[in-house]
Design a protein around this ligand. Structure first.
Ligand code: THU
Length: 139
C-alpha cells in the first residue's frame, strides 16, 4: 500500500494544539494509518500525577482499536520541538503488538525536519504474545 507520509504528518499536525501538556510543555500528536486507509489521531495527555501521562502514540493506537481496527501500517509522530522525536520504549512495544514493521514517521513542525524509520530498526526484539505463551505452565 502506498503511504502518503506528508498527508499523515498533516493529519497529526491538525490536532497538535489539542495536546494537554501543562507539566512538560512538550506537545506531541500522532496519526496512525491503517491498511483500510483510515487515520486515527492521538495527543499526549499529562496528569498532575505525572506517571499517569499517556503518550500521543498510545492515544492514537487506542483510538484505532476502539474503532475496531488492528492493522496499523504507519504512525506519524509530530512535535513542535526543534528536532523530531522518536517513540518512547512503551509506545514502541504497543505499536509492535499490532505491527512490528510499522513505518514510523517523525516530524518537527518547528524545523520542518522529518525522519522516517521502520519500527523493526527502532525496536528489533519486541515482547510478543508467543513469548508469553511459552512461559505459561502447560498443565
Ligand atoms: N511523549 C509522547 O507523547 N510521545 C513520545 O513518544 C515521547 C514522549 C510525551 C509524553 C509527555 O507528555 C511528554 O512527551 C514529555 O515526555
Amino acid at each position: 500500500m502506498r503511504i502518503d507520509v506528508d498527508a499523515l504528518i498533516k493529519e497529526a499536525s491538525r490536532v497538535l494544539g489539542n495536546s494537554y501538556a501543562p507539566y512538560s510543555n512538550i506537545h506531541v500528536a500522532a496519526a496512525v494509518l491503517t491498511s483500510s486507509g483510515r487515520v486515527y489521531l492521538g495527543v499526549n495527555v499529562e496528569n498532575a500525577s505525572y506517571g499517569l501521562t499517556i503518550c500521543a502514540e498510545r492515544s492514537a493506537i487506542s483510538a484505532m482499536v476502539a474503532a475496531g481496527e488492528r492493522d496499523p501500517v504507519a504512525v506519524a509522530i509530530v512535535t513542535d520541538l526543534e528536532d523530531p522525536i522518536p517513540p518512547c520504549g512503551a509506545c514502541r512495544q504497543v505499536i509492535a503488538e499490532f505491527n512490528p514493521r510499522a513505518l514510523i514517521v517523525m516530524h518537527s513542525t518547528r524545523s520542518g525536519r522529518t525522519v522516517v524509520r521502520n519500527l523493526e530498526e527502532l525496536f528489533p526484539q519486541p515482547f510478543t504474545i508467543s513469548d508469553e505463551a511459552g512461559r505459561r505452565d502447560p498443565s
